[in-house]
Design a binder for this molecule. Structure first.
Ligand code: G16
Length: 546
């Protein structure tokens, strides 16, 4: 043990912490400008090794700052089932990240004691990285941390975040979930996709075509790699593939959702079906422009709606009575929630922002579709639900309709990456559903009409001053903010608004929706001003949108 501590001490001096620098594990891990992060990478390598020893399983660390600008970086820790790591380990990661250089060993020993970790237990950590220029040395720093505690790392190199989550799950389920290789991932998802689309009648080449904006990130590389496995059942044109453009700049799912306009660098004819991934390919949004040149965005809410309708129809055809739901956040468009509850007649749950919160809420149901409006989400099936579907598919005495529905459900399970939201897997599922239902993107868009909405960002000196409750829909601090928001909302029809501190960027996010775009824009601007005035705004007042 003493030798290991000595090794941690020696190695840690090569990844020194800038004195006084503080960063907390946020919505999706650590995230900041890359110049501050080397020590955090090394130290999270230590935490991952301890987590692996404690759980006696492989865990993962993905080096990425996802939708953030190229100059930022960060990491996401992955738990043994490929899910986001448990909150206790997020806490330990924050603890080690913030321990001053001379206190690191004491902090480490505290964790060992609290968790009663057996240091002779092996540690295994899977590591992946996105395409940022800082990611290569950072993934090495993570691996240095793992090896300082005698652990083994497996370096997957450039992978999407959901691919790394998938590898961890495969590894810990002895291949039951699939093979822990990128090839294995493509094979499983694409085979399921091909099985599903066999149920689609006569798709034309046009219908099989999809334009993909790769956000100039790792998703573009991986979509290209996957294409040969699709056996021409889907024709992909990849734009923003990183050869010229900058990561997430004027492109990618986050840009589209916030700016509500098409990405640069994509060729779009009216009516063409297009989609955008984000920087680490865990988010997906769809869109098209109509014959009048109007842009239509189909965000996470529309994706969740299409999937739950498809699942509900299949369950009815299969004669299976399962407890199903949709999980959303405060950002979900009011129209989507109303449509799901009143027309689809489905349970809708609202959680705090962050896939980790949605994922946990989704685990309470037999089948739950969880999506953030920003396009981050997936579908979870309980073990019992999977078993019932499998038993039905294998039952020789059921009629053809039930058999077909059970088989479709089985292939749906296989095309989905249940570990975390996965832009590529979600894309295959959406393409299969549209093909099976012979549905155009326009018909999908017309299922319900979004309430006009607007998102804004406000810079404040300390975003922690904003404290929220009720799944982030109400502010309890600073004093007077919620009362002000309430009185602003009253001015507009069908209006709703909230402000919450971002867990990935140093800003406060504002969301507003209302009956018209003018009202949504005005309300968002007024709430932004209230935040600026009451929560210590810096860097100039937010500007009106027009
Ligand atoms: C991450 C999280 C998402 C979250 C988003 C924005 O996405 O995984 O769940 O919605 O950040 O979070 P916030 O509003 O707290 O900044 P990604 O794609 O950047 O990893």
């Amino acid at each position: 043990m003493m030798a290991q501590f000595q090794e941690v001490s020696n190695q840690s001096s090569l990844h020194p912490k800038p004195a006084g620098y503080v960063l907390a594990y946020g919505t999706a891990g650590f995230r900041a400008n890359a110049k501050h992060l080397d020590h955090i990478m090394f130290r999270t390598g230590l935490v991952a090794a301890l987590c692996s020893k404690k759980t006696e399983a492989t865990v993962g660390v993905m080096v990425t700052a996802s939708h953030n600008p190229e100059e930022d970086n960060g990491l996401k820790m992955i738990g043994p089932m490929g899910e986001m790591v448990a909150p206790t380990w997020e806490g330990y990661a924050t603890l080690l990240a913030n321990a001053e250089q001379e206190d690191l060993l004491t902090a480490l020993k505290d964790i060992l004691e609290k968790e009663a970790i057996n240091m002779s237990q092996e540690a295994s950590v899977f590591v992946g990285k996105d395409t940022r220029s800082s990611s290569a040395s950072f993934s090495q720093a993570v691996m240095d941390g793992v090896s300082a505690l005698g652990g083994r790392s497996k370096d997957y190199g450039l992978v999407t975040t959901p691919q790394l989550h998938y590898m961890v799950r495969c590894q810990n389920t002895q291949g039951q979930y699939g093979e822990a290789t990128v090839e294995g991932y493509y094979k499983k998802l694409c085979q399921a996709f091909i099985h599903l689309t066999k149920n689609a009648s006569n798709c034309t080449d046009d219908q099989k075509h999809l334009s993909v904006d790769g956000a100039n990130g790792v998703g573009a590389l991986k979509v290209r790699e996957m294409e040969s496995h699709l056996k021409k059942e889907l024709h992909l044109s990849v734009f923003n593939d990183g050869t010229t453009g900058k990561l997430n700049h004027q492109c990618g799912a986050d840009f589209l959702k916030v700016q509500q306009k098409p990405p640069t660098g994509i060729k779009m004819n009216p009516g063409d079906r297009c989609c955008s991934l984000d920087g680490d390919a865990d988010r997906l949004v769809y869109y098209f422009t109509d014959s009048e040149g109007q842009f239509h965005l189909l965000d996470g809410d529309k994706i969740a709606t299409l999937i739950i309708i498809f699942m509900k129809e299949l369950l009815t055809q299969a004669g299976l009575n399962l407890n199903i739901a949709v999980v959303q956040t405060a950002y979900a468009n009011g129209s989507s929630t109303r449509y799901l509850e009143d027309t689809v007649k489905i349970t809708v749950k609202c959680t705090k922002t962050g896939v980790k919160h949605l994922h946990r809420a989704a685990q309470e149901f037999d089948i739950a579709v969880y999506f953030e409006a920003n396009g981050h989400g997936t579908v979870l099936f309980s073990e019992a639900a999977e078993q019932k579907i499998q038993q039905l598919a294998e039952n020789p005495s059921i009629n053809d309709e039930r058999k077909r529905a059970a088989l479709l459900l089985q292939h749906t399970i296989d095309v989905i990456n249940q570990t975390v939201g996965d832009g590529i897997s979600d894309m295959l599922l959406i393409e299969a559903i549209l093909a099976i239902k012979s549905m155009t993107i326009q018909q999908w868009d017309a299922i319900y009409s979004d309430l006009p909405n607007r998102q804004l960002k406000v810079k404040v000196s300390d975003r922690k001053i904003i404290v929220t409750t009720d799944a982030e829909r109400r502010a309890v601090s600073p004093d007077g903010l919620q009362e002000t928001i309430d009185s602003l909302v009253k001015k507009y029809k069908l209006a709703r608004a909230f402000a919450r501190p971002s867990g990935t960027e140093n800003i406060v996010r504002i969301y507003a929706e209302a009956e018209t775009q003018e009202s949504a824009d005005a309300l968002a601007h007024e709430v932004a001003l209230a935040v600026y005035n009451l929560a210590g705004g810096v860097g100039g007042e937010p500007k009106p949108l027009h």
